[in-house]
Design a protein. Structure first.
Length: 276
C-alpha cells in the first residue's frame, strides 16, 4: 500500500501571519513603534517625527491600540493632550509568539553573557529621574534602577516642587526588599551641574518645565500618573503605588540593556527632543 508523501511543515502551519506581524509590517506603524520606544509622545509630536498628517497617524495609532501594542493616557499637564506609550512587554511576547508560529525552533534565546563586550561602556551610565514632588515615582525609579542593574547604572532623582517622601513609596519598595526610608526629596537645581547621560521625566507637568542641563543629556518621557492622587487616604492609594512600581520595573528592565550594551550616547538621538 502506497503511503502519501509527508506534507511540508509550512503547509501544516496557518497561512495567515500572526497579528503582530501584520501590525508591525506596515511601514508607518513600524515607525510609530520605533518613535514610542524612545519616549512616550503626543500625537502632534508623532506627526512631526514621521512627517505624516495627523488623521493618518491617529488611524494607525488606533490600529496599534486595538492590537494591544500601544496604550494612551490623558496628560496630567493638559487634559486636551494624550500621551501614547508602547507596551514593550506585550511586544516581546508577540515577537516570541510570531517566531514560534513560523517554526518551533525559532524560540528566541538570550544572548550569551559578555556579548558585544567591546562595545560596552567603560563607565557607569548615569540616569536622572524627575517628577513634580520627588516623593514617589522618581524615588521608586531611582531605587529600582540601582537594584535591577546591580549597581552598574548610577541613578538619581529630583523634582520641580519637592515634597516629603511618601509613606506608600517606602512601603512598596520595602515589599520588594529595598529600603528608601532615609531618602530625601531634592529640587532638580541641586543636580543641575552633575553630568547625566539620560534624563527621564515621569510627570507630564515636570516635562514642561524640565531645564536644559549643561551636560546635554538625552531626554525621555514616561507618562505615569501620580499614585498619590488615587484615593483619599494613604491606604486607599496603596494599590496605585504598587501598580506604579510594577510599571516602572517593566520600563526599567527594557531600558537597562540600552544603557549597558551600547555606547552611552547617542541613545535615541533621532527622537528624544521632539518636544523641545
Amino acid at each position: 500500500m502506497a503511503h502519501a508523501p509527508a506534507r511540508p511543515v509550512a503547509e501544516e502551519a496557518s497561512i495567515d501571519p500572526p497579528a503582530f506581524v501584520r501590525l508591525a509590517a506596515d511601514p508607518l506603524r513600524w515607525r510609530l513603534l520605533q518613535a514610542l520606544v524612545g519616549s512616550d509622545r503626543r500625537v502632534r509630536e508623532l506627526t512631526e517625527l514621521v512627517g505624516e498628517p495627523q488623521s493618518l497617524v491617529s488611524y494607525h495609532l488606533r490600529q496599534l491600540r486595538d492590537g494591544g501594542l500601544v496604550s494612551a493616557r490623558r496628560s496630567s499637564a493638559d487634559g486636551r493632550d494624550t500621551y501614547y506609550a508602547v507596551d514593550l512587554e506585550r511586544c516581546a511576547d508577540q515577537v516570541r509568539a510570531s517566531a514560534i508560529a513560523l517554526h518551533p525552533a525559532l524560540w528566541p534565546t538570550t544572548p550569551a553573557a559578555g556579548r558585544s563586550r567591546a562595545h560596552r561602556t567603560t563607565r557607569r551610565a548615569r540616569v536622572l529621574y524627575l517628577c513634580t514632588g520627588n516623593s514617589a515615582r522618581s524615588q521608586i525609579a531611582e531605587a529600582l534602577t540601582v537594584e535591577l542593574s546591580h549597581g552598574t547604572v548610577a541613578a538619581a532623582s529630583a523634582g520641580s516642587n519637592p515634597k516629603p517622601l511618601h509613606a506608600n513609596a517606602v512601603r512598596v519598595m520595602r515589599a520588594r526588599g529595598i529600603d528608601i526610608s532615609d531618602n530625601r526629596s531634592k529640587h532638580f537645581d541641586e543636580l543641575a551641574r552633575r553630568r547625566f547621560d539620560v534624563v527621564i521625566t515621569l510627570c507630564d507637568r515636570v516635562r514642561e518645565v524640565c531645564p536644559e542641563l549643561p551636560s546635554h543629556p538625552e531626554t525621555v518621557h514616561w507618562s505615569i500618573a501620580d499614585p498619590a492622587q488615587e484615593g483619599r487616604t494613604a491606604r486607599a492609594s496603596l494599590p496605585a503605588f504598587t501598580a506604579t512600581a510594577a510599571e516602572l520595573e517593566t520600563r526599567i528592565r527594557f531600558l537597562l540593556p540600552v544603557l549597558t550594551d551600547r555606547p552611552i550616547t547617542p541613545m535615541t538621538r533621532r527622537s528624544t527632543r521632539a518636544h523641545r
